[in-house]
Design a protein around this ligand. Structure first.
Ligand SMILES: C[S@@+](CC[C@H](N)C(=O)[O-])C[C@H]1O[C@@H](n2cnc3c(N)ncnc32)[C@H](O)[C@@H]1O
Length: 301
Protein backbone atom coordinates (compact mmCIF):
# COMPACT_ATOMS: atom_id res chain seq x y z
CA UNK A 1 0.00 0.00 0.00
CA UNK A 2 1.16 3.55 -0.73
CA UNK A 3 0.81 6.68 1.36
CA UNK A 4 -1.04 9.94 1.04
CA UNK A 5 1.60 12.63 1.47
CA UNK A 6 0.62 16.25 1.81
CA UNK A 7 3.43 18.67 1.00
CA UNK A 8 3.33 22.26 2.18
CA UNK A 9 4.78 24.35 -0.63
CA UNK A 10 5.36 27.66 1.10
CA UNK A 11 4.01 31.13 0.37
CA UNK A 12 4.32 31.11 -3.41
CA UNK A 13 7.93 31.50 -4.54
CA UNK A 14 9.08 28.00 -5.62
CA UNK A 15 12.50 28.76 -4.10
CA UNK A 16 10.80 28.65 -0.71
CA UNK A 17 9.71 25.01 -1.06
CA UNK A 18 11.57 22.68 1.32
CA UNK A 19 14.07 20.22 -0.12
CA UNK A 20 11.92 17.31 1.01
CA UNK A 21 8.80 18.69 -0.64
CA UNK A 22 10.73 19.49 -3.84
CA UNK A 23 12.07 15.94 -4.03
CA UNK A 24 8.56 14.54 -3.60
CA UNK A 25 7.10 16.90 -6.19
CA UNK A 26 9.73 15.93 -8.77
CA UNK A 27 9.26 12.18 -8.29
CA UNK A 28 5.48 11.96 -7.73
CA UNK A 29 3.38 9.77 -10.02
CA UNK A 30 0.01 10.91 -8.64
CA UNK A 31 -0.53 14.53 -7.68
CA UNK A 32 -3.75 15.99 -6.27
CA UNK A 33 -4.48 19.63 -5.43
CA UNK A 34 -7.39 21.84 -4.49
CA UNK A 35 -8.63 24.51 -6.82
CA UNK A 36 -11.65 26.61 -7.57
CA UNK A 37 -13.56 25.24 -10.56
CA UNK A 38 -11.94 26.25 -13.80
CA UNK A 39 -8.90 27.80 -12.13
CA UNK A 40 -5.35 26.39 -12.15
CA UNK A 41 -5.04 26.34 -8.35
CA UNK A 42 -2.53 28.25 -6.20
CA UNK A 43 -0.62 25.15 -5.08
CA UNK A 44 -0.46 23.76 -8.61
CA UNK A 45 0.90 27.07 -9.89
CA UNK A 46 3.76 26.95 -7.37
CA UNK A 47 5.08 23.65 -8.81
CA UNK A 48 4.72 24.65 -12.46
CA UNK A 49 7.62 23.05 -14.39
CA UNK A 50 8.60 20.78 -11.49
CA UNK A 51 6.34 17.77 -12.10
CA UNK A 52 7.44 14.63 -13.96
CA UNK A 53 6.25 14.40 -17.56
CA UNK A 54 4.17 11.27 -16.95
CA UNK A 55 2.50 12.44 -13.73
CA UNK A 56 -1.24 11.89 -13.26
CA UNK A 57 -2.97 15.00 -11.93
CA UNK A 58 -6.15 15.08 -9.83
CA UNK A 59 -7.59 18.57 -9.46
CA UNK A 60 -9.94 18.57 -6.49
CA UNK A 61 -12.41 21.30 -7.45
CA UNK A 62 -14.37 22.87 -4.63
CA UNK A 63 -18.12 22.56 -5.29
CA UNK A 64 -18.61 26.02 -3.76
CA UNK A 65 -16.29 28.79 -2.63
CA UNK A 66 -17.88 32.20 -2.22
CA UNK A 67 -21.27 31.47 -3.81
CA UNK A 68 -22.89 30.44 -0.49
CA UNK A 69 -22.49 31.83 3.04
CA UNK A 70 -19.54 29.88 4.41
CA UNK A 71 -21.27 29.18 7.74
CA UNK A 72 -24.58 28.03 6.23
CA UNK A 73 -25.86 24.42 6.17
CA UNK A 74 -25.82 24.19 2.36
CA UNK A 75 -22.18 25.22 2.22
CA UNK A 76 -21.20 22.76 4.92
CA UNK A 77 -23.13 19.91 3.33
CA UNK A 78 -21.62 20.54 -0.09
CA UNK A 79 -18.09 20.63 1.30
CA UNK A 80 -18.54 17.61 3.55
CA UNK A 81 -19.65 15.54 0.54
CA UNK A 82 -16.73 16.87 -1.47
CA UNK A 83 -14.16 15.93 1.20
CA UNK A 84 -15.76 12.50 1.71
CA UNK A 85 -15.53 11.85 -2.00
CA UNK A 86 -11.88 12.86 -2.27
CA UNK A 87 -10.86 10.97 0.85
CA UNK A 88 -12.31 7.81 -0.72
CA UNK A 89 -10.60 8.57 -3.99
CA UNK A 90 -7.19 9.12 -2.38
CA UNK A 91 -7.51 5.92 -0.34
CA UNK A 92 -8.27 4.06 -3.53
CA UNK A 93 -5.32 5.60 -5.41
CA UNK A 94 -2.98 4.90 -2.52
CA UNK A 95 -3.69 1.17 -2.74
CA UNK A 96 -1.03 0.91 -5.42
CA UNK A 97 1.23 4.00 -5.10
CA UNK A 98 1.98 7.13 -3.11
CA UNK A 99 -0.28 10.09 -3.79
CA UNK A 100 1.08 13.59 -3.27
CA UNK A 101 -1.35 16.31 -2.22
CA UNK A 102 -0.10 19.83 -2.87
CA UNK A 103 -0.84 22.53 -0.33
CA UNK A 104 -0.03 26.24 -0.30
CA UNK A 105 1.80 27.41 2.81
CA UNK A 106 1.69 24.89 5.64
CA UNK A 107 -0.94 22.12 5.51
CA UNK A 108 -1.86 22.30 9.20
CA UNK A 109 -2.25 26.06 9.18
CA UNK A 110 -5.78 26.77 7.90
CA UNK A 111 -5.14 24.30 5.07
CA UNK A 112 -7.98 22.47 3.31
CA UNK A 113 -6.01 19.25 3.62
CA UNK A 114 -6.95 19.07 7.28
CA UNK A 115 -10.46 18.05 6.20
CA UNK A 116 -8.98 15.11 4.31
CA UNK A 117 -6.51 14.31 7.06
CA UNK A 118 -9.28 13.54 9.54
CA UNK A 119 -11.12 11.43 6.96
CA UNK A 120 -8.01 9.46 5.96
CA UNK A 121 -7.01 8.70 9.51
CA UNK A 122 -6.73 4.93 10.09
CA UNK A 123 -7.50 4.09 6.46
CA UNK A 124 -4.15 4.79 4.80
CA UNK A 125 -0.70 5.94 5.98
CA UNK A 126 -0.61 9.73 5.88
CA UNK A 127 2.41 11.99 6.01
CA UNK A 128 2.49 15.76 6.19
CA UNK A 129 5.47 17.88 5.13
CA UNK A 130 5.45 21.30 6.80
CA UNK A 131 5.83 24.44 4.73
CA UNK A 132 6.62 28.12 5.26
CA UNK A 133 3.30 29.83 5.89
CA UNK A 134 1.95 32.51 3.60
CA UNK A 135 2.02 35.00 6.47
CA UNK A 136 5.74 34.38 7.06
CA UNK A 137 6.36 35.06 3.38
CA UNK A 138 4.27 38.23 3.64
CA UNK A 139 5.82 39.77 6.73
CA UNK A 140 9.29 38.96 5.42
CA UNK A 141 8.36 40.69 2.17
CA UNK A 142 7.58 43.86 4.14
CA UNK A 143 11.03 43.75 5.78
CA UNK A 144 9.33 44.35 9.13
CA UNK A 145 9.60 41.94 12.04
CA UNK A 146 6.14 40.97 13.25
CA UNK A 147 6.60 39.99 16.91
CA UNK A 148 9.04 41.00 19.61
CA UNK A 149 9.66 39.80 23.15
CA UNK A 150 6.47 38.46 24.67
CA UNK A 151 4.12 39.88 22.05
CA UNK A 152 0.98 37.90 21.36
CA UNK A 153 0.38 37.36 17.65
CA UNK A 154 -3.29 37.27 16.68
CA UNK A 155 -4.30 35.63 13.39
CA UNK A 156 -7.78 36.47 12.14
CA UNK A 157 -9.83 35.41 9.15
CA UNK A 158 -11.45 38.27 7.28
CA UNK A 159 -14.59 36.14 7.15
CA UNK A 160 -15.30 36.82 10.85
CA UNK A 161 -18.14 39.22 11.76
CA UNK A 162 -16.99 42.84 11.97
CA UNK A 163 -17.60 43.19 15.72
CA UNK A 164 -15.52 40.06 16.42
CA UNK A 165 -12.72 41.44 14.28
CA UNK A 166 -12.76 44.73 16.19
CA UNK A 167 -12.58 42.96 19.58
CA UNK A 168 -9.59 40.83 18.59
CA UNK A 169 -7.85 43.72 16.86
CA UNK A 170 -8.13 45.93 19.92
CA UNK A 171 -6.38 43.39 22.15
CA UNK A 172 -3.71 42.25 19.67
CA UNK A 173 -0.03 43.08 20.04
CA UNK A 174 0.64 42.00 16.47
CA UNK A 175 -1.97 41.07 13.97
CA UNK A 176 -2.37 39.09 10.76
CA UNK A 177 -5.63 39.06 8.84
CA UNK A 178 -6.01 36.41 6.17
CA UNK A 179 -8.78 35.77 3.66
CA UNK A 180 -9.29 39.45 3.22
CA UNK A 181 -10.29 39.29 -0.48
CA UNK A 182 -13.88 40.47 -0.77
CA UNK A 183 -13.85 41.09 3.00
CA UNK A 184 -11.33 43.90 2.61
CA UNK A 185 -13.81 46.78 3.13
CA UNK A 186 -15.05 45.10 6.33
CA UNK A 187 -11.49 44.45 7.54
CA UNK A 188 -10.58 48.06 6.83
CA UNK A 189 -13.61 49.33 8.79
CA UNK A 190 -12.80 47.03 11.71
CA UNK A 191 -9.16 48.20 11.80
CA UNK A 192 -10.33 51.81 11.80
CA UNK A 193 -12.79 51.14 14.65
CA UNK A 194 -10.02 49.40 16.62
CA UNK A 195 -7.66 52.34 16.00
CA UNK A 196 -5.18 50.14 14.09
CA UNK A 197 -5.73 51.15 10.48
CA UNK A 198 -2.64 53.35 10.29
CA UNK A 199 -0.43 50.42 11.32
CA UNK A 200 -1.80 47.98 8.76
CA UNK A 201 -0.04 46.88 5.62
CA UNK A 202 -1.57 45.08 2.72
CA UNK A 203 0.47 42.36 1.07
CA UNK A 204 -0.84 40.96 -2.16
CA UNK A 205 0.66 37.83 -3.70
CA UNK A 206 3.49 37.80 -1.17
CA UNK A 207 6.72 36.33 -2.63
CA UNK A 208 5.01 35.82 -5.98
CA UNK A 209 5.31 37.64 -9.28
CA UNK A 210 3.21 40.81 -9.02
CA UNK A 211 3.77 41.11 -5.27
CA UNK A 212 2.46 44.42 -3.92
CA UNK A 213 2.99 45.91 -0.49
CA UNK A 214 1.17 49.04 0.55
CA UNK A 215 -0.17 50.77 3.62
CA UNK A 216 -3.78 49.64 3.82
CA UNK A 217 -4.95 53.15 4.65
CA UNK A 218 -3.52 54.35 1.35
CA UNK A 219 -5.00 51.60 -0.82
CA UNK A 220 -8.17 52.33 -2.74
CA UNK A 221 -10.53 49.34 -2.53
CA UNK A 222 -11.39 49.90 -6.17
CA UNK A 223 -7.73 49.24 -6.90
CA UNK A 224 -8.03 45.68 -5.51
CA UNK A 225 -9.75 43.53 -8.10
CA UNK A 226 -10.70 40.28 -6.41
CA UNK A 227 -9.19 38.16 -9.11
CA UNK A 228 -7.77 34.72 -8.49
CA UNK A 229 -4.17 35.87 -8.28
CA UNK A 230 -4.85 38.44 -5.64
CA UNK A 231 -4.48 37.18 -2.12
CA UNK A 232 -4.66 39.68 0.66
CA UNK A 233 -3.20 39.93 4.06
CA UNK A 234 -3.34 42.94 6.32
CA UNK A 235 -0.90 42.93 9.15
CA UNK A 236 0.05 45.10 12.00
CA UNK A 237 3.38 46.68 11.48
CA UNK A 238 4.41 50.27 11.20
CA UNK A 239 7.36 52.16 9.88
CA UNK A 240 10.52 50.26 9.29
CA UNK A 241 12.46 51.15 12.39
CA UNK A 242 11.96 49.61 15.77
CA UNK A 243 11.53 52.92 17.54
CA UNK A 244 8.82 54.23 15.26
CA UNK A 245 7.16 50.87 15.30
CA UNK A 246 6.78 50.94 19.05
CA UNK A 247 4.93 54.22 18.78
CA UNK A 248 2.36 52.85 16.37
CA UNK A 249 2.20 49.26 17.37
CA UNK A 250 0.88 49.42 20.92
CA UNK A 251 -2.61 50.63 21.55
CA UNK A 252 -1.94 52.06 25.03
CA UNK A 253 1.41 53.38 23.88
CA UNK A 254 0.06 55.02 20.77
CA UNK A 255 1.95 58.20 20.09
CA UNK A 256 4.70 57.32 22.55
CA UNK A 257 8.04 56.61 20.93
CA UNK A 258 11.25 55.28 22.37
CA UNK A 259 12.66 58.78 22.57
CA UNK A 260 15.05 58.02 25.43
CA UNK A 261 17.59 56.84 22.93
CA UNK A 262 17.83 55.86 19.32
CA UNK A 263 18.14 52.35 18.00
CA UNK A 264 21.41 50.76 19.00
CA UNK A 265 22.26 53.31 21.69
CA UNK A 266 22.47 52.47 25.33
CA UNK A 267 19.50 53.52 27.44
CA UNK A 268 20.09 55.66 30.52
CA UNK A 269 16.58 56.16 31.95
CA UNK A 270 14.70 54.13 34.56
CA UNK A 271 11.38 52.28 34.52
CA UNK A 272 9.78 48.89 34.25
CA UNK A 273 8.81 49.36 30.61
CA UNK A 274 12.39 49.11 29.43
CA UNK A 275 12.52 45.36 28.98
CA UNK A 276 9.85 45.50 26.29
CA UNK A 277 11.20 48.65 24.76
CA UNK A 278 14.71 47.34 24.49
CA UNK A 279 13.54 44.26 22.72
CA UNK A 280 11.60 46.49 20.35
CA UNK A 281 14.03 49.28 19.75
CA UNK A 282 17.14 47.15 19.48
CA UNK A 283 19.14 48.90 22.19
CA UNK A 284 20.59 45.64 23.42
CA UNK A 285 22.80 45.30 26.46
CA UNK A 286 21.09 47.74 28.79
CA UNK A 287 19.89 46.16 32.02
CA UNK A 288 16.23 45.82 32.80
CA UNK A 289 14.77 48.76 34.68
CA UNK A 290 16.99 51.35 33.13
CA UNK A 291 14.59 53.09 30.84
CA UNK A 292 12.82 56.40 31.22
CA UNK A 293 9.40 56.04 32.83
CA UNK A 294 6.99 57.40 30.18
CA UNK A 295 6.80 54.00 28.54
CA UNK A 296 5.40 52.22 31.54
CA UNK A 297 2.39 50.15 30.60
CA UNK A 298 0.62 48.95 33.76
CA UNK A 299 0.06 45.25 33.86
CA UNK A 300 2.31 44.48 30.92
CA UNK A 301 5.85 44.31 32.33
C1 LIG B 1 -6.87 29.10 3.27
S1 LIG B 1 -5.56 30.10 3.81
C2 LIG B 1 -4.26 28.93 3.63
C3 LIG B 1 -3.09 29.26 4.47
C4 LIG B 1 -1.88 28.39 4.17
N1 LIG B 1 -2.08 27.02 4.58
C5 LIG B 1 -0.64 28.97 4.84
O1 LIG B 1 0.04 28.25 5.59
O2 LIG B 1 -0.36 30.13 4.57
C6 LIG B 1 -5.33 31.12 2.39
C7 LIG B 1 -5.17 32.59 2.76
O3 LIG B 1 -3.83 32.84 3.19
C8 LIG B 1 -3.42 34.12 2.75
N2 LIG B 1 -2.18 33.93 2.01
C9 LIG B 1 -1.51 32.76 1.90
N3 LIG B 1 -0.39 32.93 1.17
C10 LIG B 1 -0.35 34.24 0.82
C11 LIG B 1 0.55 35.04 0.04
N4 LIG B 1 1.64 34.50 -0.50
N5 LIG B 1 0.27 36.35 -0.12
C12 LIG B 1 -0.84 36.90 0.43
N6 LIG B 1 -1.73 36.19 1.16
C13 LIG B 1 -1.48 34.88 1.35
C14 LIG B 1 -4.53 34.70 1.93
O4 LIG B 1 -5.24 35.58 2.75
C15 LIG B 1 -5.37 33.50 1.58
O5 LIG B 1 -6.72 33.84 1.44
Amino acid sequence: MGRVICAGLGPGDPDLISLRAARLVGSARHVAYFRKAGRPGHARRIVEGMLAADVSEYPMEYPVTTELPFDGPDYNAALAGFYDHWADRLVSLAQSADVLVLCEGDPFFYGSFMHLHSRLNGRVPVEVIPGITGMAGCWTATDMPITWGDDVLTVLMGTLPEDDLVGHMQSADALVVMKTGRNLPKVRRALARAGRLDAAWLVERGTMPGQRIARLAEVDSADCPYSRWFWFMAMDGGPRSGNERVARHRGPWAGVGCDGHTRGQRCTGAGDGCRRLHSLCGAGGAPRGSHAAPFRQPGRD
